[in-house]
Ligand binder design. Sequence first.
Ligand code: NCD
Length: 309
Amino acid sequence: MSFLNGKDVLDGAQFTRDEIDAIMALADDYRGQLGERRGLDLLKGAVLAALFFEPSTRTRLSFETAMHRLGGSVVGFASAESTSVAKGETLSDTIRTVDQYVDVIAMRHPRIGSAREAAEVANAPVLNGGDGAGQHPTQALLDLYTIRQERGTVEGQTIALVGDLKNGRTVHAGVEIYKHYDCKLICVAPEALRMPVEVVERLRARGFSVEETDSLEDALRRADALYMTRIQKERFADPAEYEQLKDAYVLDRAMIERLRPDVTVLHPLPRINEIATDVDALPNAAYFRQAQNGVFVRMALLAMVLGAA
Ligand code: NCD
């Protein structure tokens, strides 16, 4: 049985290299099996609660799809307005209640640390689908999976993380995953949206190569994989500051063709305008395949935490 049996998935930093590799291998296995049939019945009778207190398209729907493909079923909500949260119920009480009904909980909430709070009161495993500007470990795992899939390996690759590295939870989780591999990171952000300095220092202290720049062009010339992100509007206290920064980086086809024609382009999505739509037709635009990979990786995580793999 897996190391994740009965455990929570809260933070990219919780995994060892071997554990990440095991998740990747199981996701590969499910990808292969789904090529031959529509679904498996490993989790027949099991119920997932998908509790989304913040907007989501891919994370929620791919968790739900993953659960259905494994033969399980799903309850949940896509916004807190229709729940007792609107009457003033605390997160802890909502979670304690849902915990009476289901076998596993996937959740997203605007507060940093919310998934950990939920995990403290729930018996069921909690999978963090994003806690404010904190962590988003399942996304980071599917990002890694996509780089492996698209480039054959993560080893030796230079990965540029671009955009809102201060508020982006996918990149906060991502660096904790990438650090286990022999790859290099280039963090590309405007001064105000840099990767938190303590994160960069901690990575460097363990001998991991992290460069910082504010130039997308400079990074693109040297990158094997370009991980674009959205400026996280909902995390800005001052709307004028968002307006000033929102167009900081816009990647288009001409830039790719001029600077690095074989770069792999990733994005957790949703994109606003940081990738021009003329990039979509390039074979190296991996972001919709990346979304599909979310199903395989989340299948692996669900099966593991429920002791079915
Ligand atoms: C990301 C998120 O919610 O953090 N989206 C996702 O899960 N695919 C990225 C974002 O919203 O910018």
